[in-house]
Design a protein around this ligand. Sequence first.
Ligand code: ZN
Length: 125
Amino acid sequence: MPDENSDNATSYQLVILLRQDCQIQVGALGRFDFEAGYYIYSGSAKRNMTARLARHCRKDKPLRWHIDYLTSHSAAEVVDVHRFNIEECQLNQACPGIIPIPGFGASDCRSGCIAHLKYLGSKRP
Ligand SMILES: [Zn+2]
């Protein structure tokens, strides 16, 4: 998958490292066990991509999206950010990993993704 890293990128992936097993409340979706390891989250921002990515990397923020509950957790860290100019669901479906939490980040998805968060285990992507 090419990392376009271009100014007209509309989608992105976050690589998130969770340093220990955790239980995390993900808003109204519920409370879930998260295994330690690497996660990839696929999202999109039609505008203000740089601000969006900076927000994802901050701990202190209003919890608005499912991903905010993970990225604001004390044991979690965004270790990589990649920008793309392909559609976020294509990006997500081409990404390896298992789906730990059905529905996570996919509230607005119309492309049949079960979730926009994938778990990769202990190997850094
Ligand atoms: Zn999708």
